[in-house]
Every structure is written in structure tokens, then in C-alpha cells.
Design a protein around this ligand. Structure first.
Ligand code: NAP
Length: 323
């Protein structure tokens, strides 16, 4: 008998065909609604494996999932997976590193450009039927090239951002990272700094660390005050890595120049959120990896991880804490 797996969101036909070769399966095909928690718990009772992205995988969910051997997320970040609970229940948690690095770095560079040159803000201005005198100092932004990029997180994606910044825009790279990265220092002339020094020196501060207890609200009021008044804050990591209220305050008071954010404390961003009424922000709806090729590659990778796990093999992308 084939193993049985549950997939909690729609997947492309070729990924479904791959899963069908190896497993019996059920898919939740509603793009606009998530599986209700009770139903998900019920579905997992008989599942050997699952693809669960955007769900909290914790003790409550795992308690009755007696056959479960593996859960896969279609993302590199796995902050919604409780690694202690997975370990306790002897379930592999897997993610999709590498395949999305360049795509996410592209988006983040878009945010760098928009934050510095006010692209989103001025797009709204033109769409509102406005124009300006030429040249108009009211439209001035800041150069990107030859300025200083402060990377918070020099991991897989951090490196791809550094590559774009160094070789595409001739920027100076400063980084803050848990461990030193001599290879990055060599390749990109990157200089490792303490967080406070990086915040004081950087023109563009880019967050690309995982959300953990240690990085929760890494950037708050104190840290924002250390940044230059001309600096741009880019968050491509996870919403709670910054204190969102403090960011709103800094933008209102213009103690920093602008922010460009792909991730938020609560997603979707609530309709009355103060960020929505600010001029000096660029906002995108958590789309770091959202290109067709990359999304499909991530889904295939998640499916492969799941299939490997249900057949008793070690999946290729087990999350670090469970290896
Ligand atoms: P990665 O390769 O694991 O890199 C993360 C880096 O952060 C590592 O170099 C790590 O240091 C460093 N780090 C971890 N905790 C730290 C701490 N407390 N202080 C300082 N540095 C710390 O991960 P990645 O693939 O680059 O992805 C990074 C994150 O980006 C993901 O976890 C996810 O949350 C986010 N992301 C967002 C999107 C989006 O759509 N916006 C898309 C993809 C990823 P060590 O090397 O010393 O471990």
C-alpha cells in the first residue's frame, strides 16, 4: 500500500503527478482559504506525510498524528514549525533552501531601489494625476550606487544581496551575523560589524535573518535611533524581526528616510494599519520568492522532501535543529 499524505494548499499539476506516483494523497484546493485548524488536525491523524506552509505546526497539531513521519514547508523560513514538538514526536521538518535565493535577492534589491529613489511613493503620485516641475527637488531621493549596505544576516540570501550590491552597484558591504563569514569578506570586501556600528554606518539596512527568539524585535526604537536620518530600512526577513510600532513612529517623525517592507507582524496587513497611510514606505505582500519558476521549484522540492521522509529516507532538506 502507498503511504498517505495531506497537502494543505493547491500545487501545480506536475508536482501533484509526482506525488501521485508515490503516494495516496488529498489536496486542499481552495487558494483563498486555509484549512480550518480542527479539520487539519483530523486530516493529519491518518497521514504519513504532509505539506504545510503558513500553518503553526505545534504540539496541538502533532499530538494525534500518530503515523506522521515528515512535514514540509514550501519556504526557507520555518518559524511556524515548533522544532521541539517535531523532535518529541519524531517527525522530520523540512524546508526549501537554495532554490529561492536569487529570486528573493532580486525582490530585496527592488526594495532597496524603491526605498532610496522613492519609486513606490512617486508611482502613487503620478497615478494620482500629479506631475512636477523639472527638476523638482521635492522628488529627490538618495543614490544607491557607491553607498553603504548594512546586511543583517549573511546567509544564503544575504550573500546574493551582497553580490548584487558589490558588483552591480559598487556598494560598500557591512554585515552583522552570528558567525563570521571570511569567504564573504574575501569575495565582497564585506566588513563584519557589531549591530550598533552597522546601524550607524549603513545607508541601507537590510534584514534577512530567520525569526527566532534571538532575532525577535532585533530592530526597535533604540536601534532605529542609531540609524542615519537618510537611511532606508528594508525588511525581507519576517515581520516580528522589527518592532513595527517603532518603525511607524520613525517614519512619521522622519528620523529615518524610508522603509521598504515585504513582511509584517500580522499578514495580511490589517486594513487600518498605520503603515498604509504613510508616504515614505514601499509595501509588498510577502512576495520574496513569488515568481512562477521559483515557486514551482520550491513546491517540487517540498514534495520531494515529503516523499523521501514517508519512505523512511532522510529528506534532503531537514531543518537545522532536527538534523
Ligand atoms: P540562512 O542561510 O540560514 O541565513 C540566515 C543567516 O542569519 C545566517 O548567516 C545566520 O548565521 C544568521 N543569523 C541567525 N540568527 C542570527 C542572530 N541571532 N544574530 C545574527 N545573525 C543570525 O537563511 P536564508 O536562506 O538566507 O533566509 C533567511 C531568512 O529570510 C529566512 O529564515 C526567512 O525568514 C527570510 N525569507 C523571507 C522571504 C520573503 O518572502 N520575504 C523569502 C525567503 C526567506 P549563522 O550562519 O551563524 O547561522
Amino acid at each position: 500500500m502507498k503511504p498517505y499524505v495531506y497537502i494543505a494548499h493547491p500545487i501545480p499539476a506536475h508536482v501533484e503527478a509526482y506525488i501521485a506516483e508515490h503516494c495516496e494523497y488529498k489536496i486542499w484546493n481552495d487558494e483563498n482559504k486555509k484549512v480550518p485548524q480542527d479539520q487539519l488536525k483530523e486530516e493529519l491523524k491518518s497521514a504519513d506525510g504532509a505539506i504545510l506552509t503558513g500553518y503553526d505546526v505545534d504540539e496541538t497539531l502533532l499530538a494525534d498524528a500518530e503515523n506522521l513521519k515528515v512535514v514540509s514547508t514550501v519556504s526557507v523560513g520555518y518559524d511556524r514549525y515548533d522544532t521541539a514538538a517535531l523532535k518529541k514526536h519524531n517527525v522530520y521538518g523540512t524546508h526549501t533552501p537554495h532554490v529561492l535565493d536569487e529570486t528573493v535577492a532580486d525582490l530585496i534589491f527592488g526594495l532597496v531601489l524603491s526605498g532610496g529613489r522613492r519609486i513606490a511613493e512617486l508611482h502613487e503620485y503620478v497615478k494620482g494625476g500629479h506631475w512636477g516641475l523639472e527638476p523638482d527637488s521635492a522628488f529627490y531621493g538618495y543614490d544607491i550606487h557607491q553607498r553603504t549596505l548594512g546586511l543583517i544576516g549573511m546567509g544564503r540570501i544575504g550573500e546574493k544581496i551582497a553580490k548584487r550590491a558589490r558588483f552591480g552597484f559598487d556598494m560598500d558591504i557591512r554585515y552583522y551575523n552570528r558567525s563570521r563569514k571570511p569567504e564573504m569578506e574575501e569575495k565582497y570586501d564585506a566588513v563584519r560589524l557589531e549591530l550598533d556600528d552597522l546601524l550607524a554606518q549603513a545607508d541601507f539596512v537590510v534584514l534577512i535573518v530567520p525569526l527566532t527568539e534571538a532575532t525577535h524585535q532585533l530592530i526597535g526604537e533604540r536601534e532605529l535611533q542609531l540609524m542615519k536620518s537618510s537611511a532606508v530600512l528594508i525588511n525581507g526577513a519576517r515581520g516580528p524581526v522589527v518592532d513595527e510600532e517603532a518603525v511607524v513612529q520613525a517614519l512619521k517623525e522622519e528620523t529615518i528616510f524610508s522603509a521598504a517592507l515585504d513582511v509584517f507582524e500580522n499578514e495580511p496587513l490589517p486594513k487600518d494599519h498605520p503603515l498604509l497611510s504613510l508616504r515614505n514606505v514601499t509595501l509588498t505582500p510577502h512576495i520574496g520568492s513569488a515568481t512562477r519558476e521559483t515557486d514551482e521549484a520550491m513546491m517540487m522540492r517540498a514534495a520531494e522532501n515529503m516523499v523521501q521522509g514517508v519512505f523512511g529516507d532522510t529528506p534532503q532538506n531537514v531543518i537545522k535543529e532536527l538534523r
